[in-house]
Design a protein around this ligand. Sequence first.
Ligand SMILES: *Cc1c(COP(=O)(O)O)cnc(C)c1O
Length: 431
Amino acid sequence: MRLGQNSTRAFAEAQHYIPGGVNSPARAFGAVGGDPPFIDYGQGSRIFDIDGNEYIDYVCSWGPLIFGHAHPRVVDAVSRACSRGTSFGAPTTLETALARQVADMVPSVEMLRLVSSGTEATMSAVRLARGVTGRDKIVKFEGCWHGHGDSFLIKAGSSALTLGAPDSPGIPAGVAADTIALPYNDADALEQAIRQHPDQIAAVIVEPVGGNMGLVPPRPGFLERLRQLTRAAGTILIFDEVITGFRVAPGGAQERFGVLPDLTCLGKIVGGGLPLAAYGGRREYMEHVSPCGRRISQAGTLSGNPLAVAAGLEQLRMLSEPGVYDRLEAIATRLAEGMRANLSTLCLDYRVYQLGGLVCLFFTGQEIVDHASVSTADTELFGRYFRAALERGIYLPPSQYECLFPSLVHSDEDVERTLEIQLDALRAAHG
Ligand SMILES: *Cc1c(COP(=O)(O)O)cnc(C)c1O
């Protein structure tokens, strides 16, 4: 398989009209080299580019497509909604059905607001935390990504990491001064920060499993201590479960690790591949979102869009069927075990992490616990491996700092074929 001329031409034209030719930076392949294939369509576990190349897809829209591309039940739900009108800006019963479904699945969520992106969810959750506590400062952890809100672009993960520019121009100094960035998995650092800034920290926001600097599991006790420290300090604990929600367990990382935050941000899977996200949590806090209580502002013309709600609700219903999470865990486990076997054959330094439906391979021998350990990975080798895999029909996330997102429609044959190709791609990259 060869990357084709149609994509090369399309990328050149796109770059003329769209910054970098893409509408989100990671898509430009800056971290791995080469031009991105332009996608024609997707079906199940596969995507097809405009040169007719076929790939087994481990990006799956960066996580939302947990049932793969164009699943008939999701397509049906969206089509039905679409034919009845694409947006009203007025309430519908389907929105309540989705809100109830989410509240039933996610342990700490009693009440929630639907928004259109994960970025909007985290920005709104932080505003709510500031509004109810009357405090300004927030704490985040280095390497965690919470979307592109100003307050979060301080030692951020994901695309900012990939581009080697953790701090973006355009962030007012005052905003940056209100964000305290601490090392991931370091609860002592939080204890210290709380001591240094008594009664000033509105919220601690964290990815309960690091998912935007590769996959960084929480150390035993880390989440529990965040919970204890924030409770004692009158600080609101926000879990950003935009990746982990409905992927590491039906109720997300909070269910898997048994630690309940005050507020939760959801995105990706909750929208079924359409633009929808949510923030929610304890009723005593959510009751202050406008038009209620203290009327903490948040609104959206397309919030709760009927197409997105229909897609999200259908996926969550499918996820609630028996055996689904066992199957997801089995797919991801087989993938991780097979990768470890391949890497051992070649005597490469590596770490492979897997948690629920998340898998990540790091080209480093170091244990991964935080942003510093992630940074020891060999990104040059990753780039060569990525390109070798792409040429052979495997579409991996185009960065060392991203997870693989296998779906429930990745068959056993898909996984075995992936592992065969991976061995070949590793040899090509290494040799
Ligand atoms: C993707 C992501 C976001 C941002 O969501 P968008 O829909 O891209 O704005 C926020 N937090 C986490 C953990 C994410 O992975």
